[in-house]
Design a binder for this molecule. Structure first.
Ligand SMILES: [Zn+2]
Ligand SMILES: [Zn+2]
Length: 307
């Protein structure tokens, strides 16, 4: 999207990258609207990543043009003007924004952006591996973060330049459509939760997409949100225990040993000592991902398994 209207009026504000970023955001919203196909989700992730990169770097350029170089110490104005240079990565841009430009972005938001960059890379090499609802809901979250970044960090400069009307209207439009995307995601998520309600006692949080959408039965377990399937209950238990909410007591033989124990009831190595079910998300209990048995913490056989 070419934009010459503001050229030269405010030398520190680089309008073309912002307009370019908005154009990408527009495309993301378009791809996410309605009932997106796998192809829509693919382009939503690709364009969302491009928007992130362009917008973060636009803000970095406001600080100083050399900061978008991979190595600012070897930055060259001529190469910057012609666009002929290797630029820094998204996560490097983010850390420079926080460290040099003093931009406040929460740890959680920074992680979401990081995760998006990883998805983009995975997608380019292997296609989309986390389909459907999970991609859609994460993408909507990153869109939220970017719109906030635009408003707080980039639009303030645009306002000063007195040329923000077009983009403010544009962003309002994107906000409006984002609201609708969230509503769609929520409707589908509510429908999924209602389907899983009768299984809440034996449904756990997915270690891939963070949603409480993995019923332990039938076997093999599969996430109803991101559709990841684990070959066995042991494999799911292992993966679950690696996530922060599955953090275990340290294994007596130290690091490197599995924190998952053998179930005293069914003998399968799938007893997770601190698992939360969708029925009681705040109360971790020893739960076997194989036979779905839940044990009281005082159970002598569980205590023996822990030792
Ligand atoms: Zn999942
Ligand atoms: Zn068991």
């Amino acid at each position: 999207m070419a934009d010459q209207t503001a050229g030269g009026r405010h030398p520190n504000v680089h309008f073309p990258p912002i307009a370019n970023g908005l154009d990408y955001l527009d495309s993301v919203v378009e791809h996410l609207s309605g009932e997106p196909t796998i192809r829509d989700l693919k382009y939503a992730v690709l364009h969302l990543q491009s928007a992130t990169e362009v917008l973060l770097k636009a803000r970095l350029q406001q600080e100083h043009w050399s900061l978008v170089f991979k190595d600012p110490g070897r930055a060259d104005r001529g190469r910057f003007e012609s666009g002929d240079f290797e630029s820094c990565t998204t996560s490097e841009a983010l850390s420079r924004l926080r460290g040099i430009a003093g931009i406040h972005m929460s740890e959680g938001d920074a992680k979401e952006i990081d995760r998006l960059a990883k998805w983009r890379n995975a997608l380019q090499h292997h296609g989309l591996t986390a389909p459907a609802l999970a991609v859609e809901s994460r993408a909507a979250q990153v869109l939220d973060i970017l719109l906030k970044f635009l408003t707080d960090e980039l639009l303030a400069e645009l306002d000063e330049a007195g040329d923000a009307d077009y983009r403010v209207t544009h962003i309002r439009h994107i906000h409006y459509r984002l609201g609708r995307i969230h509503a769609f995601v929520k409707t589908r998520m509510d429908r999924l939760r209602a389907d899983l309600e009768p299984l809440a006692d034996s449904t756990v949080t997915c270690p891939e997409c963070d949603q409480p959408t993995v019923p332990l039965r039938p076997s093999p377990p599969a996430c109803r949100c991101c559709e990841v399937v684990w070959d066995t209950a042991e494999e799911l238990a292992e993966r679950y225990a690696q996530r922060p909410w599955g953090a275990q007591l340290q294994h007596p033989r130290g690091r490197g040993h599995s924190p998952v124990r053998q179930c005293p009831a069914c003998g399968v190595d799938a007893l997770v000592l601190r698992a939360c079910t969708a029925a009681a998300p705040e109360q971790p209990v020893p739960l076997c991902f194989g036979c779905c048995r839940e044990f009281p913490r005082s159970n002598a056989r569980v205590l023996a398994a822990i030792r």
